[in-house]
Design a protein around this ligand. Structure first.
Ligand SMILES: [Mg+2]
Length: 374
């Protein structure tokens, strides 16, 4: 039970040429074991995951009007479209008090640098909405050349990882920088630098996939969701390998309830899967306790900072799924999170930046500072 060869690719000569270092392997084992509340029986062997009665009831409580309407409320909350409609003074009061608690990382740059003194900065970057603007078509979410050049320079100064909900291949096709760590599918698909990183250990790269036994199920759900959501104009289903995303960036708000019902009707058959929400996206993924926060810890460990006090992780992200990582940093009391948002939101991040443009400026300042202080 627990980890199998499937979960960790490596051990020499596989087709992708990817290997796992011995210490990585045991780190993976312990992380994996600790991350599972109840280890899954591989579906391939005809088993299914035991879930608590409460969870099961919750999952079976489908299509009830109340449940769907709370989904839609949550979709609205994580994808604000009406903030400007609030009374101006109220919005301003709220914003200024929020900014007091989550000041701009650009304004606080000196303090941030002071806090990192004597420690190794490690950078974690979400992709959509952080390095690239949120656009209507998720396939067109390109990052600018300037942003790519900035991230390239950043990776020369600090170990740098991209942590995204998208599948790893997809996010790599946008970023195209071989020297970074990539954690795709919310960290369920992690790969170390292919080339040219001074932070890479030896000739070996890391590949870690804690949910590989779910692949056939995810594929099946993807196909069903494509079929089911066909009738909702603008809905786009994306197979992210270890999770399925249903983008509603282009769906009229009047159709959100209908879309929520369609998604619900598919996933009610799969108690092994759960639904999470991001900005204009519903995401369906395995119930294993693995998220961007776990990915962050795993990466810190694989970079050799498992129990170090002299590490300073900085995580920049824009949506709810990034909160798991912000929370880990808060709990560890190491480094901090930066939320990318124009609107006040409840967050575990310490600082804020308004948009990808500001993220780029912040990263540039880090690079400049590092160059002056080598
Ligand atoms: Mg994002």
């Amino acid at each position: 039970m627990g980890i199998t060869k499937q979960n960790v690719a490596g051990g020499g000569g596989n087709s992708s040429g990817v290997e796992v270092m011995p210490d990585m392997y045991s780190a993976s084992l312990s992380m994996y074991a600790a991350s599972l509340q109840k280890p899954p029986v591989a579906p391939a062997a005809g088993g299914f995951i035991k879930i608590s009665r409460r969870k099961l009831l919750k999952n079976l409580e489908v299509n009830s009007a109340e449940r769907i309407s709370s989904w839609v409320d949550s979709m609205k909350a994580s994808s604000p479209t009406h903030v400007k409609a609030a009374p101006r003074s109220l919005t301003e009061d709220h914003s200024s008090s929020w900014m007091l608690h989550h000041p701009s990382a650009l304004d606080m740059f000196e303090q941030i640098i002071d806090a990192s003194q004597g420690k190794q900065i490690v950078m974690f970057l979400d992709y959509d909405g952080t390095l690239s603007p949120i656009v209507d078509d998720p396939d067109q979410a390109f990052m600018s050349k300037q942003m790519r050049a900035t991230v390239k320079k950043l990776a020369r100064c600090f170990p740098t990882a991209i942590v995204s909900g998208r599948c790893r291949d997809k996010v790599y096709s946008f970023v195209r920088l071989g020297e970074l760590y990539y954690a795709g599918s919310h960290g369920m698909d992690i790969k170390g630098p292919a080339k040219g990183s001074k932070y890479k250990k030896g000739d070996q790269s890391v590949l870690f996939q804690p949910a590989s036994e779910f692949l056939p199920m995810i594929d099946e759900v993807y196909k069903k969701l494509v079929e089911k959501t066909k009738s909702t104009p603008g809905a786009k289903v994306e197979n992210n390998k270890f999770c399925v995303s249903v983008h509603f960036r282009r769906v009229d708000e009047k159709e959100w309830t209908e879309l929520a019902q369609q998604v619900r009707s598919v996933i009610k058959e799969y108690p092994e899967l759960r639904l999470t929400q991001g900005r204009k996206v519903l995401e369906i993924r395995p119930t294993i306790k693995w998220d961007k926060g776990k990915a962050l810890e795993f990466l810190l460990e694989s970079l050799g900072f498992a129990n170090c006090t002299n590490v300073f992780p900085v995580y920049i992200g824009d949506d709810r799924t990034d909160e798991d990582a912000f929370k880990i940093l808060r709990d560890r009391g190491q480094g901090f999170g930066i939320l990318v948002s124009k609107f006040p939101k409840e967050t575990n991040a310490s600082y804020s930046l308004q948009e990808p443009e500001e993220v780029m400026n912040f990263l540039r300042r880090l690079v400049e500072w590092k160059r002056l202080n080598i």
